[in-house]
Write a protein that binds this ligand. Structure first.
Ligand code: ZN
Length: 217
């Protein structure tokens, strides 16, 4: 259960228009903790419209996150789409910004950036810590893949991730040999891992998780 509250208004001077603007900080309250959403400016009707959309999203996902701007309201779908299409972030090392707790808010993580080849900018504000961790892991997968692409310089060879997702290998030859296991008709690939080792996993034991990305099941 979440609810929304408004805090004490504050004023700023807009020098170009020589006008005093009144801002009202709006927060979500969840499990007794206050989370800052945004400040709405009383003279800007668009702020109220934006705020209403944010609240709707937060109610729908139980206060986990909302999209500040962008085209895809669901951050997981955004990353999944990037993996499928082989897109990468323009700002791979600066995707997550943590706002620590203060007296007005329990803090949040912003996931923001822009995407190569597709160009839309996006920003999500995330209140659920484990959800932020999940998005970090997914985004890291995008970064691993684009580093791999840059290294090979040929649009990228397929990569294989270990079962726990922590180790990555390059698939040198997807048809290195026939699998010798009885009843298995699949090929074994030759895979050079980050630690330099070479193995021959059976391709019947991997699943595709994106364009040119496989993971051991
Ligand atoms: Zn096999």
């Amino acid at each position: 259960m979440i609810e929304f509250i408004e805090l004490e208004p504050y004023k700023t001077l807009n020098e170009t228009q020589d006008a005093v603007l009144t801002h009202i900080p709006v927060c979500m309250v969840k499990d007794g903790a206050r989370h800052y959403i945004m400040s709405r400016t009383t003279t800007l009707p668009t702020d109220s419209t934006r705020l209403d959309a944010c609240k709707k999203e937060l109610i729908k996902n139980d206060g986990r996150y909302f999209m500040c701007y962008g085209e895809q309201p669901d951050p997981e779908k955004l990353i999944e789409g990037m993996l499928e299409n082989g897109h990468s972030f323009n700002n791979p090392d600066d995707l997550f910004h943590c706002e620590p707790p203060d007296k007005q808010s329990a803090g949040f993580t912003d996931f923001r950036g822009s995407i190569n080849d597709a160009s839309p900018v996006f920003r999500y504000r995330i209140y659920d810590k484990s959800y932020a961790v999940k998005l970090r892991q997914m985004a890291e997968l995008v970064n691993i893949l684009s580093r791999q692409k840059n290294k090979s310089g040929n649009g990228g060879s397929a990569v294989l991730l270990s079962r726990d997702g922590k180790l990555m290998g390059v698939i040198m030859n997807p048809h290195a040999m026939r699998c010798q296991l009885e009843g298995c008709r699949a090929y074994r690939a030759s895979v050079r891992w980050e630690d330099g080792s070479l193995t021959y996993p059976c391709m019947a034991g991997v699943k595709a998780i994106g364009n040119g990305i496989y993971q051991i099941i």
